[in-house]
Ligand binder design. Structure first.
Ligand code: PFF
Length: 450
């Protein structure tokens, strides 16, 4: 017998959970470094415009379909299809979504494990345990597997408690903690020497770079990854919202929180890099570009913390705690996608489903770790560069072309009886029907060439 479906208990609970999914390593790590090397404030502007005009409409497509069906993506896309061919295509899209969500989790858990290890290394350095610190901060199979498993255990623990007692409760605890930690770190870093140079790089717009087509497409890809689109995560969270909720408003809140945290993270990471430069740490690569991605997080920032003595240990712990928290509220949303599917489709108990699927994903992570050079980058490219935009395209097609417009309006009216007179209803259906699919195909074609 399948367990009864869960439901979020409040708007706050839903917004924290969905924003928790959206806010992850993509916001705190990806966005600031991309902004830094791609035109600063101009990139920020392009990102803001794209997030509201394209990613938000695509997010709404998933939320509305999910809330209407109160089911996982496979059943939801079947339900809104008028004939067998479209039903089968919908089911295939849903299944592809849950495979991609699982694959994203298999590499995300590895990276999140590194964050946990670095967090713990700050405590170890407090106790002067140099050997342990070196083990925790060096790339080795033992450390990688152990911390990936610890991170997966947290994710599995939360998801096995269900929608309200797991996802909602933990997102509602962790998200405010994340915001507070981020805020405190920003305030602290801005007081340090060199921080203003970083702020200048972040906030001085270089429109020539930001308006290049390649960059616009990169910003859109980042916005899609950041809002967790295309794999059915937002659809399944939408399916747990009650019928009285005003969807365009809650979707807007989630988009706002996601953007706000990305922007705030820019006020931390960029100034921190220039504080590092001020303290003698190298932040430019051999080609003269700002160091970003893994080198920044695992080399530049730890070197910066090391120059700050005892305070550095506290700041390092806080920073990697922030990263781990952000990763956890995202990873639970990834695991919920396949779990909801097997519970609803195959009648498994939640705990059985969570442990089985969580176990399979952990094995996939170990396979990636054992073949790191060959697989790590490949899985990231396959899932985020190719699959997410393509599947996002399918969700927009289903919301825009397959689902009957009257049924869609009916769904929106539930939480907002006057919605047909709103600006949202005048614009959104066209966006999701025409603009979003065209742009997503644009990203896809570009990523094939890029
Ligand atoms: N939005 C997350 C981030 O910015 O790190 C990543 C993500 C979460 C992607 C959930 C896909 C997903 F289903």
């Amino acid at each position: 017998m399948a367990s009864p479906r869960g439901e979020f208990s409040s708007r706050f609970g839903f917004v924290m959970a969905a924003a928790g999914s959206a806010v992850g390593l993509g916001n705190i790590w990806g966005f600031p470094t991309q902004a830094a090397s791609n035109g600063g404030a101009a990139f920020l502007l392009v990102y803001l415009v794209l997030a509201f005009t394209l990613a938000y409409p695509a997010l709404m497509a998933e939320l509305i379909i999910g809330r209407h069906a109160h089911a996982n993506a496979v059943n939801a896309l079947r339900l809104i299809s008028p004939n067998t061919a479209l039903r089968n295509l919908g089911a295939a899209t849903g299944i592809a979504g849950f495979i991609v969500a699982s694959l994203i989790l298999s590499f995300y858990a590895i990276v999140a494990g590194w964050m946990l290890a670095f967090c713990l290394s700050s405590l170890a350095s407090l106790l002067d345990m140099a050997v342990l610190v070196s083990w925790l901060t060096s790339f080795g199979i033992g450390r990688n597997v152990l911390f990936m498993l610890i991170f997966m255990a947290f994710t599995i623990g939360i998801i096995s408690a269900g929608v309200r007692d797991g996802i909602e409760r933990w997102s509602a605890r962790l998200m405010p903690a994340l915001l507070l930690t981020l805020f405190l770190l920003v305030v602290y870093v801005l007081t340090l020497d060199g921080a203003m140079d970083g702020l200048r790089v972040y906030l001085l717009p270089d429109f020539e770079r930001a308006l290049s087509p390649k960059l616009i497409i990169a910003a859109l890809g980042a916005a899609f990854f950041s809002l967790s689109l295309g794999v059915g995560t937002m659809l399944i969270y939408g399916s747990y919202i009650n019928d009285d909720e005003n969807l365009p408003v809650v979707g807007g809140l989630v988009t706002l929180v996601d953007i706000l945290i990305a922007v705030l993270a820019g006020f931390l990471v960029l100034p921190a890099m220039y504080v590092a430069l001020h303290n003698g740490v190298e932040i430019f690569s051999a080609t003269g570009e700002l160091i970003s991605e893994d080198t920044l997080i695992f080399t530049v920032l730890p070197e910066l913390f090391a120059t700050m003595g005892f305070t550095g240990i506290v700041v390092s712990f806080t920073f990697f705690f922030l990263m781990s928290t952000a990763a956890l509220t995202s990873s639970i949303s990834m695991l919920e996608v396949p779990v909801a599917y097997v519970i609803e489709e195959h009648g498994l108990k939640r705990k059985t489903a969570v442990f089985t699927i969580g176990g399979i994903i952990a094995i996939a992570s170990i396979v990636i770790l054992l073949n790191f050079e060959a697989l790590f980058g490949l899985v990231i490219a396959f899932t985020t560069r190719y699959s997410q935009p393509l599947l996002g395209f399918m969700f927009c097609l289903y919301a825009g072309w397959v689902w009957h417009r009257d049924a869609l309006l009916q769904e929106l009216r539930k939480g907002n009886p006057g919605v047909e007179h709103s600006l949202f209803w005048k614009i959104w259906p066209w966006y999701v029907k025409l603009v979003c699919p065209v742009i997503i195909v644009g990203i896809f074609v570009q990523s094939l060439w890029g």
